[in-house]
Write a protein that binds this ligand. Structure first.
Ligand code: SF4
Ligand code: SF4
Length: 116
């Protein structure tokens, strides 16, 4: 089992490709301060239209709009300004994980129910 103390990201990029990241008003403000226009990185959250909240845009290949590849590594081009969810992933609480790949991060939906 992996815990937050022994977790090491392998930069495989799976989380930034397979997940849609919901973003808060604070996330949007922070990313705008870094010089990005909201229309270039945010879309209405299609999974939760009732709240009028936003999610990060995807590129045509399903990558997060901020994901880049350098050599074999997938990197976040706004690392310093990334959304809160990306900072916490894959540990939204201290529960050990089998792996950090999206299909194993079972408390992802629960995290968002709590933080709406
Ligand atoms: S899925 Fe896990 S190992 Fe792969 S880039 Fe995301 S956090 Fe890192
Ligand atoms: S903002 Fe960065 S860390 Fe978050 S999903 Fe996009 S590329 Fe990945």
């Amino acid at each position: 089992m992996i815990t937050s103390d022994d977790f090491k990201c392998t930069f495989c990029g799976k989380c930034c490709i397979e997940l849609t990241v919901k973003i808060s008003d604070e996330d949007i403000k922070r990313i705008k301060k870094a010089g990005h226009k909201r229309k270039d990185f945010a879309v209405k959250d299609m999974f939760d239209l009732r709240t009028g909240k936003y999610a990060l845009k995807k590129q045509e290949n399903e990558w997060c709009v901020f994901l880049r590849k350098e050599g074999e590594k997938y990197l976040c081009s706004i690392h310093e300004h990334r959304p809160e969810t990306c900072r916490k992933y894959p540990f939204f609480d201290d529960t050990p994980l089998k792996s950090c790949l999206p299909e194993d991060v079972l408390h992802w939906p629960a995290y968002w129910r709590k933080n709406k």
